[in-house]
Design a protein around this ligand. Structure first.
Ligand code: BG6
Length: 461
């Protein structure tokens, strides 16, 4: 059967500054929380590999953009590093960073690859973290100024901006589950960080609109559809709470301009509401986006809690649900994530039916696999599992589009095997294999498959 996609569909992949640039401590760049944390605790990073050793995009940008072209990408998302552009977070702009991002943007455009730019992909400048990070409203103002600087410097050529990539991840990682710096476990502080991130997003959107910059502005959210174990009301309620806390806490403000009333009521009931100012509601209302990026990796399966909550235990999202390991679910054994392709369709239908069918695209979807060298045949990784992963997701995406969902493109995570936060190079996601010693790049079978799909704007199966 042939699956054809709408005209001008965006085919491409995503990456981020810190995960690809390397040179995390040179060329005028300020440190991020990742550089700092790596220095403090290198053992938290797989094989002790830190952010200094990422895939050298800072030097090899031109050749890498050639590879994007070979993969027939018509679009590519990466991020600007705040601490490379403004080393202290506020104040002076680093001219070497301006030159670097100018070259990258110009070359992408020259090669016919539309640049999609994210302003914040997990890489908080250390100077900003030292004054409290997202817990401090001064950092919200500093971020808004940084965003405005990016629009002023690059807004004549970048037409698709994203304020944040997966803003809930630094909340979960840094303030709930200890997988990002500053390794705090405290729901109230997490709620403040999440709230201030929404304010920062809205400030940036305001600045974008006030400056009348061309193009559009959005955000990239990782949406994890929450499925209850059963239709039993207690399980359904558990799924509702998980959805509220992990999806709607960002989705509703950016699409509807306000928080869900039941989320506010829930946080109030448990005395976890962050401090708000009277002017915040108007600001949040101004943060409505033009374009939503959806990162989809896995669903969340939940059930009602097996045991009552101990009211003396610290408040956590898990007060409302237990996770549920559905028997027979398909897993990616390497990353430990479930593979559930219909989830991509369910997300699109939810956006269509409950959020007015916003302009959106799949901004990340991908499969991390360990030791891919064992699949080398004639010098090339034959990653049939990844081709199957992509095509199965694309079939569900295609169904969504044929039923009226407003999905404009599909970007894979990721272009080249890159450095992945604490997992470093453990799981490989790329269309292009990276030899981390020689830095040699070799296109995998999935890269060839994707290049053909993009060229034909369709695939047969
Ligand atoms: C997304 C992020 O959450 O998933 C990427 O936007 C990340 O930055 C990717 O690398 C894959 O996750 P991980 O943890 O396996 O690298």
């Amino acid at each position: 059967m042939k699956y054809a996609f709408p005209e001008n569909f965006w085919w491409g992949s995503a990456a981020s500054a810190l995960q690809t640039e390397g040179e995390s401590q040179g060329n005028g760049k300020g440190l991020t929380t990742w550089d700092h944390w790596f220095k403090e605790q290198p053992n938290r990073f797989h094989n002790g590999v830190g952010p200094q050793n990422t895939s050298t995009f800072y030097q090899n940008w031109k050749a890498d953009i050639q590879l994007l072209k070979q993969l027939n990408h018509n679009s590519f998302r990466t991020s600007i590093s705040w601490s490379r552009l403004i080393p202290e977070g506020i104040g002076e702009v680093n001219p070497e960073a301006v030159a670097f991002y100018n070259q990258v943007i110009d070359e992408l455009l020259a090669q016919g690859v539309t640049p999609f730019m994210t302003l914040f992909h997990f890489d908080m400048p250390m100077a900003m973290q030292e004054i409290g990070g997202w817990e401090n409203r001064d950092v919200v103002a500093a971020y808004a100024r940084y965003a405005e600087t990016c629009f002023e410097l690059f807004g004549d050529r970048v037409m698709h901006w994203f304020t944040f990539n997966e803003p809930i991840v630094p909340v979960e990682g840094g303030y709930l589950y200890d997988f990002h710096y500053p390794n705090v476990v405290d729901f109230r502080r997490a709620a403040t960080v999440a709230y201030h991130t929404v304010l920062a997003h809205s400030q940036a959107v305001r600045a974008f609109r006030a400056g009348h910059f061309a193009g559009e502005i959005g955000i990239v959210l990782n949406l994890t559809p929450s499925y209850p174990r059963s239709q039993n009301p207690a399980d359904v309620k558990a799924a509702h709470h998980a959805d509220l806390l992990f999806n709607r806490s960002f989705l509703d403000p950016v699409l509807s301009g306000e928080y869900p009333a039941d989320l506010v009521a829930l946080l109030k009931a448990y005395d976890q509401l962050p401090a708000c100012r009277p002017e915040d509601s108007a600001l949040i209302a101004d943060g409505k986006i033009d374009l939503l990026g959806v990162n989809y990796y896995q669903p969340r399966r939940v059930k009602a809690r097996d045991s009552a909550v101990n009211p003396l235990a610290p408040f956590m999202p898990e007060w409302f649900f237990d996770s549920y390991e559905m028997p027979g679910r398909k897993m990616n054994p390497y990353r430990g994530w479930e593979i559930y392709e219909p989830g991509i369709y369910d997300i699109l239908v939810n956006l269509r039916d409950n959020y007015g069918n916003p302009r959106c695209f799949i901004s990340e979807n991908g499969m991390g696999v360990e030791n891919e060298q064992r699949f080398i045949e004639d010098g090339q990784i034959n990653d049939q599992y990844r081709i199957e992963f992509i095509s199965e997701h694309l079939k569900w995406l295609h169904k969504g589009i044929s039923e009226g969902c407003n999905c404009l493109g599909y970007h894979m995570w990721t272009f080249i095997d890159n450095w992945s936060w604490c997992n470093a190079y453990k799981n490989r996601y790329g269309f292009v294999q990276l030899d981390i010693i020689t830095q040699q790049r070799t296109i995998k079978k999935s890269g060839e498959w994707f290049a053909a799909t993009s060229l034909n704007n369709s695939f047969d199966i």
